[in-house]
Design a protein around this ligand. Sequence first.
Ligand code: AMP
Ligand code: FE
Ligand code: FE
Ligand code: ZN
Length: 287
Amino acid sequence: MHQCINRVDLHVHSTASDGVFTPSEVVLLALERGLDVIALTDHDTLGGVAEAQQAAFGTGLVVIAGVEVNSEGEWGDLHFLGYYVDPESSPLRERLRALQDVRVERAREMVQRLGEMGMALEWETVRALAGGRSVGRPHVAQALCNHGYVETLQEAFDRFIGRDGPAYVPRLRLTPSEAIQMIAAAGGVPVMAHPAHSGPAAVARIPEFTGYGLRGVEVYYPHHSSEEIEMLLELCREYALLVTGGSDFHGSGVEGGTLLGEVYVPLECAEQLQEAAGQEGDERRRA
Ligand code: AMP
Ligand code: FE
Ligand code: FE
Ligand code: ZN
């Protein structure tokens, strides 16, 4: 059943946050891999969307404006995807800017803690690795790697900046309902990212989240087993939630190194998402 040629990837990162490829490179890669629809879902930023849409213009590839926001707290680390958000929405832009500012403060604090642990890093180096965009732990990991304090990015997470690591600093604490409502208020469709990957507690809260306006679940995901996929499909049927999916592509060497379009996502997932967002048939597809 999963032998079909995949045409859809609704979870993709670029250099606008912690991906390796620029938004234009991501588009080229998507075309090479024969994809019809991708969603650019960078962490806490819409900064890559315009470039990606421009690069895709006239190619037939649809690029959905997306964002991934995290809700972190005693409930764990839950991720929400926002699809078809309005990039011009000022409340959203302000919110994302605040999240960016906190990311900078937080990364500086991690650098300081690592320094106290004997791993001196220059803040400017980390900032440069982020390229002035959404700075995150992968950039800190890269700096640790470049300085030879660790051999791989994974080692940096496992030993120092993973959730239970000694140099880990949490992000701004958005509650799940704040994350969902922030997306909805910007005209977007809120979808829970990789719930089974986030853990059983995350899955258990999906019914509650529908009450805050959650409209879909990322069912197809590299780290979801076929049993988990079945279980999530059933949950989506029960609560009338949209089914989405994507690779969480970051580029090589990051987050297990999944490939763009690696996970099979039925085309109807993209169609139903578009319908739910109330988008007209997209002219770019026919261009
Ligand atoms: P941040 O948003 O700054 O907290 O960084 C989160 C990002 O770090 C994720 O989106 C992944 O790209 C990466 N990441 C998180 N945990 C791990 C891990 N254990 N191993 C490798 N990469 C990770
Ligand atoms: Fe990431
Ligand atoms: Fe995520
Ligand atoms: Zn992601």
